[in-house]
Design a protein around this ligand. Structure first.
Ligand SMILES: [Fe+2]
Length: 262
């Protein structure tokens, strides 16, 4: 669990399903608790004990991000927020880009439109004093990687989202991804950036760890050293791909194709 001051708590829940989903509970000091992407209700209910859930936020409409909705709605009668075009169980509120979901003291929870993995994908931004503090990325961005575009997505749109939105985030922003794919993603970075010592060092650290129990919350600063999808001008990468003189979009789309087959 991560604490910041006394007015907000983030609790990360890991499901040992084959897709290795994460779900998050965000608690504010006024008692409001939101759940992002409940794959299943059991661990959510275990953590909540007798606390009431105010709302569910689904980053997108793939079932591993909303299959816990119905049981939580039955139990709490809670709101369900998702993008206006996302089809999720029990939706009560449509979200567009930059809509405020909850505000308490210096904290503000907002939607951020991040299409590409699907065309109705939202990330959830937690701001502190009007500055980006933490981002719940669903499947648009992972530790050391990005989501695929197989089910309703578009790689060219994904490139725009990753380069224009993620490219402008501050180094301090903390990333809370929708899945635990760290090792596999680091290995992909290492394959196409063989001289990336940061990726190798991270791999060395996690080699002896149980990644069903140890989880990393990386900052954008760390991601900028290990996530090859935001390192499109790396000479190492461009040499490996034989794309020394190509534009960034071509490098991204080539990586996307390679990662699809990885
Ligand atoms: Fe997904």
């Amino acid at each position: 669990m991560n604490y910041s001051m006394t007015t907000m708590k983030i609790h990360q829940i890991f499901f040992k399903n084959t897709l290795r989903n994460f779900c998050y509970l965000i608690s504010f000091s006024d008692g409001a608790i939101y759940c992002i992407d409940p794959f299943h209700s059991d661990l959510v209910l275990t953590h909540l004990k007798d606390q009431k859930l105010m709302g569910i936020i689904n980053t997108h409409d793939h079932c591993d991000h909303h299959s816990g909705n119905d049981e939580l709605i039955d139990r709490f009668g809670c709101e369900v927020w998702a993008h206006k075009e996302a089809i999720v169980p029990g939706k009560t509120k449509n979200l567009s880009d930059h809509e405020i979901i909850h505000q308490r003291g210096e904290w503000c929870l907002k939607s951020l439109y991040t299409p590409g993995h699907t065309m109705s994908h939202l990330a959830v931004m937690l701001e502190k004093d009007y500055k980006p503090y933490a981002l719940f990325t669903g499947d648009c961005f992972f530790n050391a990687g990005v989501g695929n575009c197989h089910n309703g997505g578009n790689p060219e749109v994904q490139y725009e989202t990753i380069s224009k939105i993620f490219g402008n985030f501050p180094d301090e922003l903390l990333i809370y991804p929708g899945h635990e794919y760290l090792k596999r993603n680091l290995e992909f970075t290492k394959k196409y950036e063989p001289h990336n010592t940061d990726a190798q060092s991270f791999l060395n650290i996690i080699e002896s760890q149980n990644l069903d129990e140890v989880f990393y919350i990386n900052s954008m600063k760390i991601e900028r050293t290990i996530n090859t999808f935001i390192r499109l001008n790396s000479s190492d990468l461009r040499t490996e791909l034989h794309l020394e003189n190509s534009d960034e979009k071509k490098v991204f789309l080539t990586l996307r194709e390679l990662r699809n087959r990885w």
